[in-house]
Design a protein around this ligand. Sequence first.
Ligand code: AQP
Length: 353
Amino acid sequence: MSKLPAISPRVFSGMQPTGALHLGNYLGALVQWVKMQDTHECIYCVVDMHAITQARSVWGGPEELRNAIRMSTAAYMAAGVDTKKSIIFNQSQVAAHAELAWVFNCIARMGWLNRMTQFKEKAGKDRENASTGLFIYPNLMAADILTYRATHVPVGEDQKQHLELARDIAQKFNNDFHDEIVAEGFADGDFFPLCEPVITGPATRVMSLRDGSRKMSKSEPSEMSRINLTDDADAISNKVRKARTDPDALPSEPKGLEGRPEAQNLVGIYAALSGTTPEAVLKDFGGAQFGKFKPALADLAVEKIGPIGAEMNRLLGDPAEIDRILADGSARAREIAAPVIDTVKDIVGLLRT
Ligand code: AQP
């Protein structure tokens, strides 16, 4: 009989160390992560095993990966994740993620994975050449969450489909092993929770500054497409000033932004950074040209993002301390993960001697 406690509210989320975190990661997820610490037990992961599912040219190589793991850790902390309250660690340090992912590779169906739009986008036209890791990425993501039997997952809009898949995997595991789960002492047959996506950050889909139809992304080759959390004031201002726009003035209501993706994106960023709504922004800037709006947005972005970059640089000045924080977080995460993966092995029949 398992000694695991009943499922209780717990938050899990992660980001890939594929480069510097950007404004989209911040507004789509990090702001919400920080907020949820006040109400939930939170586990935040630097998902380094996910990073290597992409071509080496995307994540760089071993030295770049190590640096990016430390940089992501510093970004989480600089944005406000408190390591006394919450756990921060890197995925590869807790073997249970990979072990549970293998079980889920045998639970998830090919047809489910074939429908994942992120795989299609990341694999591009050359699907035959994509890594198998990229294809089964959502199974590992489900394992990340369910290793902790987490119930809430704060993410940006782009992760919605992967979270639906995580729910399907949890449900199929609970169904396939119903009798064994009950025999382990989980009377209702719910071993894994059906985790809830929390897609409520201030801007759940921030778009590229160069193309309003593409999301802001770490792996986009153009640096001008995104504001990195490490950018200094000059870089932030320059990127905002050069952001693509159309020639028209701003409308006085959000309805007037339809069909103007770049304008909509910049207004959305302004609203998110200032803690207001697009309506309120357009009340102030309706009728203004971008020549007036962009400098105001640049000042706001420097004011809000600049201090995060400065704090990251301070934290990165002591890499040994970052490694210590990750080691401590991994130990705490392993403690939660161990009885879960042991019980999964017992349920499935993977003999533990
Ligand atoms: N543009 C975005 N707007 C809002 N939220 C976003 N997120 C990512 N981009 C945006 C959210 O940030 C979290 C971490 O994402 P990730 O690192 O796991 O990978 P991703 O979603 O694939 O983000 P990137 O920046 O595009 O990374 P690469 O280029 O490495 O693939 C998630 O919660 C995501 O929703």
